[in-house]
Ligand binder design. Structure first.
Ligand code: ASP
Length: 343
């Protein structure tokens, strides 16, 4: 007889598990037992479900690297007893957390699926049920006794994406996420359609899970805009002890050619700041040298963020700095895809 799969639900908070405070009208988190009570359908699933909850579930706007390491520790502790994990998380910062976890969990051979909802579970029109039930079904998929999915995914509104390729694109629509530079891994219709070709292929088998819990937050993001003034740039570049800066540039990685701008960037790079060139477009890639406006950045040895999302870039920087990557290797390693987050 086929063995039932064990799936662990990790409840961190977010709208999916919130109720309305009738006095103030604001949404606030409630506990995990209540959440499961609200979805009796969970009992019909053909897998053993267990749950672990944050002591105090949070709105994901309060998410931070400490909580990421709590999620990573829960997965580590329960890794051998479970076939898959579903992380219930607020949608606001879900792409950051899911990207962070993709880096923190090295040699992952089991599915870790982040999901949440736009409407609370108790709401008549809630999207929480479908998101949660299908996430569990995907986490439970097995082929020849092995999990079909062996990476961190994000499931929302009928699509499972590679987590570190996603961005929250809409604050109201049920289709709240997109992955413009990588196709969905699984689509849910009458059947679950798994796109095998897009899944991460494990080249090194039987390496045990390594969990990296140290994330170094000496990082910043600066989005360029026409009219950015020298003081703004200067004050960011001079943040004491800053190690890495995600520079959100225009289009294919382009930036102004003003002398003050280029000189400030050049000096910061020479002083050891890792500046990562990421496009502020939602889709497409940095291509330094394609235009005159990015040639100098290439010459200055800016790190090429290629088609990475800002969410994946900032968490990758935190992860690499946290693992103590030597300064000399930072650029080369950053430009190498580690978990399918870039080309
Ligand atoms: N503010 C909520 C959160 O991110 C929104 C949601 O869950 O969708 O926690």
């Amino acid at each position: 007889m086929k063995k039932k799969t064990n799936i662990l639900l990790i409840y961190t908070g977010g709208t999916i598990g919130m109720v309305k405070d009738y006095k103030t009208g604001a949404l606030k988190a409630f506990n995990f037992e209540e959440l499961v009570k609200n979805i009796p359908e969970l009992k019909q699933l053909d897998c053993n479900l267990r749950g672990v909850s944050f002591d105090d579930p949070i709105d994901s706007s309060n998410m931070n690297p400490h909580y990421w390491s709590v999620i990573a520790s829960i997965i580590e502790e329960h890794y051998h007893d479970n076939d898959g994990f579903v992380v219930l998380h607020g949608s606001d910062t879900m792409s950051y957390s899911a990207s962070a976890l993709s880096f923190m969990l090295e040699n992952l051979e089991k599915p870790v699926i982040f999901t949440g909802s736009q409407l609370p579970i108790g709401d008549l029109r809630t999207d929480a049920k479908e998101n949660l039930i299908t996430s569990i079904e995907i986490a439970a998929l097995q082929k020849r006794g092995k999990p079909v999915l062996q990476e961190v995914g994000l499931y929302f509104e009928y699509k499972l994406y590679r987590a570190n390729r996603t961005t929250k694109i809409n604050a109201e629509h049920f289709e709240a996420f997109d992955s413009l530079n990588y196709p969905p891994l699984v689509e849910s219709g009458v059947h679950l359609k798994v796109h095998q070709n897009y899944l991460i292929k494990k080249v090194t088998k039987n390496k045990s899970l390594r969990v990296h819990k140290k994330m170094d937050n000496r990082v910043a993001i600066l989005k360029l805009f026409p009219g950015i003034n020298q003081n703004v740039l200067q004050s960011v570049l001079e943040i004491p002890d800053l190690k890495a800066l995600i520079l959100e540039t225009y289009g294919a990685g382009n930036a102004p050619m003003d002398e003050w701008f280029l000189n400030a960037i050049k000096k910061a790079v020479e002083n050891g700041l890792h500046i990562i060139n990421v496009t502020q477009c939602s889709g497409g890639s940095v291509f330094m040298g394609h235009y005159e406006t990015s040639e100098k950045l290439k010459e200055m040895q800016l790190v090429n963020g290629k088609d990475i999302t800002t969410e994946a870039a900032i968490t990758k920087a935190m992860y690499l700095l946290g693992t103590g990557v030597p300064d000399k290797l930072f650029k080369t390693i950053f430009e190498t895809p580690l978990r399918g987050e870039m080309v």
